[in-house]
Design a protein around this ligand. Sequence first.
Ligand code: KIV
Length: 273
Amino acid sequence: MSRFTAQTLLVRKNTTPLVCLTAYTAPMAARLDPYCDLLLVGDSVGTVLYGMDNTVSVTLEMMIQHGKAVVRATKHACVVVDLPFGSYEASPADAFRSAARLIKETGCNAVKLEGGETMEETIAYLHKRGIPVMAHIGLTPQHVHQMGYSCQGKTAAQQQQLLADAKAVEAAGAFAVVLECVEESAARNVTENVAIPTIGIGGSVACDGQILVTEDMLGLTQGRLPKFVKQYAKLGDTLEASVVRYKEEVQKREFPSAEYCYRIAKVKAVDAA
Ligand code: KIV
């Protein structure tokens, strides 16, 4: 099976919903790859793996290292890497330099950036220069200091802005658009009025695909989760129970038992020199 690309995902509009998850490391990416159309090396790596308060401190170097690991470990999913805050907003030329590093140094298929109308010129600039772009509108975590983490699309004005943003990124050449934490009717309205796939995270089943942060859906994240996260497993509990057992066995000298030890019947005599 060959790798999905921006081109092959673009034509999946109005077909089977796209299955997308985040991945930051090789072992996790290898496990997810056979089941996912798209793997996002999201800047959520900052909060999920590095314990940061938000995503604004994530650097381009971090995204490159995690992007390389995910590309190396996969062969099926389209790998998209996030452009981190501060690496693309100042000018289209800045965005090109950062995006070109992500593409060249990681081998990823596409980049993602946050913003709608305000990023139209930048997306067009990247698109014309051969860089596939996935856009991200609605709740945009890199703007946390201005917008917080509240649901978008609840007022008529917000709904209009969402549609304008989606149309702007589509016109600029984005191959897909993430709708984060968007009220259902607004997500449906956007999805029905653009020709590119919409990928929802808290955007309802109206979207053309879904994405979640993998650690959230596996039950590995501690603390409060957004309403839109469904936990498909409680791996955090399994992890703790395993460590508790290991601790008990180590302290009682039950581990390592014979099967985990190297034993010989008789020590060999030292070879003569
Ligand atoms: O960084 C990320 O994980 C994301 C998803 C929430 C879409 O942007």
